[in-house]
Every structure is written in C-alpha cells, then in structure tokens.
Design a binder for this molecule. Structure first.
Ligand code: WA2
Length: 268
C-alpha cells in the first residue's frame, strides 16, 4: 500500500471531517441566532407591551412557522421567573400548579422557572419548573448572570430520552442598565427562552445527507473537562483506529469546548 494512496486517504478524511464539522457548526449557530431573536420577541411583545401580545397559542404558532430557521432544535419554550412570594398569584392566574421535572407538584423553593409558552413539540414541559432539573438549573443561573447564550453538557432530554443539549437565553425586564453587573442582571431577570438540540437524531440526519461512498465514523464530544470527554454524538464503532482527524467545533458558548473526531469505517 503505497505512500501516494496513503496521503490521499489522509487528505480525504481531513476534508470530509472538516466539512461535516463546518456544516454542524453553521446549522448550530443559525439555530442559536434565531433563538436569540425569539428572546427579543418575548421581551418586546410580552413584557414591553401592555397588555402582552403573546399567549401560548400565539407563541406556538409563531414557533412552528419559524422552525425552519432552527434546523437542529427539536423545539423552543419560554420559562418565566417566579419568586416564591409570587407563586400563589402566578398559579391562580395561569390555572396550573408549578411542577417538578418528574411531574409532581413543586415543593416550596425560593424561586421557580415554570414553562408558560411552548412550541407544540415541547408541550410535555409546559408548567414544569426548569430549575428542578440539574442541567437546566445550571444553564439558567449562568445565562442570567452573564446575559449570554449558554449550553448544557449532553444529557438525556425529557420525553425523548435522546441525548441532547439545552440552549438558554435570559430575558430581562426593561429596567436593565447599560453596563449591568452580574447582580443587576440577576435582579432584572424576567425569564428564560430556550430550546433543545436533539443531537442524537438531528445530527444523524445532517450527516446522512452528506453520506459518501467512503463511509466514516463521526463522533462529537463535549471536551470542556479535557480529562473527562463526554459523548455528545456517535456510537462506539471502532473503525480504522490507525487514522484519525479531529476537527474544531465552536458552538458559541465560551465556557464549553467541543470537537468532532472522524475515522474511516473500513481499513484501507
Ligand atoms: N427543553 C426540552 N427538553 C428538555 C429540557 C428543555 N429545557 N430539559 C430537559 N429536557 C425553556 O432554559 C429555558 C428548555 C429550557 C428552557
């Protein structure tokens, strides 16, 4: 097996892996940008307009009709911040009890993040307190103190049990000052607009569209903690271990690091 062939095999793997990483990153980033726009929509039409111009039905319709803008998201939802002192009034006005992620009535806590608007595809998280889930809870705290889009590590999503990551944007009351501190941000928080990347099924779809005659094994890892890489996508297929390409991925949350690892399915 000569050096020329070997070189071509290396180059082909590099370009196939880089192309897939670029496509995934692009689709991820356009999805994030559109969720950002939805957060602005909530702020503009739900909080800065009296009475609010958005209810569950309006949100669900808008989310469904714009879902083509968010190719990797299985759905979007809005969770409102509710302090314990406001809970009774909130539950009376909305006509439901705040529930834990397991679906039971929530015990008393300082504050809650019950979902009030959902895209139809996420209707199963309606009225759930997103602060009662470990990954969602971390996301909510990090989003509201930074003002930025944040991602969870990969975990099994509610309902589907597929591996995914949750994206969260904070929504603030209009009172937020120009260069707010973290504490000012937290105090002005109105709620959390987010969605779920159903990584398992949606990346598979994306990669299937690119399938070529040279089958490759693609894995995506969350390598935020370099000594404990977390599988985000891909099965444990071995492939040809002698040749590996690691392509860079940037999903826009500087706190998290991701990479794509590719190898040939078959040996040369
Ligand atoms: N969305 C969909 N499935 C999930 C999930 C989630 N969170 N958490 C676990 N499975 C409304 O950060 C606010 C969405 C959370 C946003």
């Amino acid at each position: 097996f000569d050096a020329d062939n070997r070189e071509r095999r290396v180059e082909t793997l590099w370009s196939m892996c880089d192309e897939r990483a670029r496509m995934l990153q692009d689709q991820f980033n356009v999805s994030v940008n559109h969720v950002h726009a939805l957060a602005v929509l909530i702020s503009t039409f739900h909080y800065n307009k009296h009475p609010s111009a958005i209810d569950q039905q309006t949100f669900a319709e808008y989310a469904a009709r714009t879902s083509f803008e968010r190719p990797l998201l299985s759905g979007v939802a809005y969770a409102e911040r509710v302090k314990n002192s406001e809970r009774a009034e909130f539950e009376r006005q909305n006509g439901f009890t705040i529930k834990t992620m397991e679906g039971h009535p929530s015990p008393i806590k300082d504050e809650y993040a019950p979902v009030i608007f959902t895209q139809e595809t996420l209707s199963h998280i309606q009225s759930l307190d997103m602060m009662s889930g470990e990954e969602d809870h971390e996301n909510i705290l990090r989003a509201r103190s930074t003002g930025k889009a944040v991602l969870t590590n990969p975990f099994p999503l509610l309902g589907s049990h597929n591996l995914g990551v949750v994206l969260t944007f904070p929504v603030y009351k209009s009172k937020l000052s120009l260069n707010p501190t973290a504490d000012e941000r937290i105090a002005a928080t109105a709620g959390y607009l987010g969605g779920s990347f159903d990584v398992e099924s949606l990346i598979k779809n994306l990669l299937a569209q690119l399938a070529e005659n040279q089958p490759i094994v693609v894995n995506v890892y969350d390598v935020t903690n370099s000594s404990d890489p977390l599988v985000m996508y891909g099965t444990k297929q071995n492939g040809d271990r002698s040749l590996v390409r690691i392509s860079k991925l940037d999903f826009g949350d500087p706190f998290r690091k991701h990479e794509m690892i590719c190898r040939y399915l078959r040996e040369a």
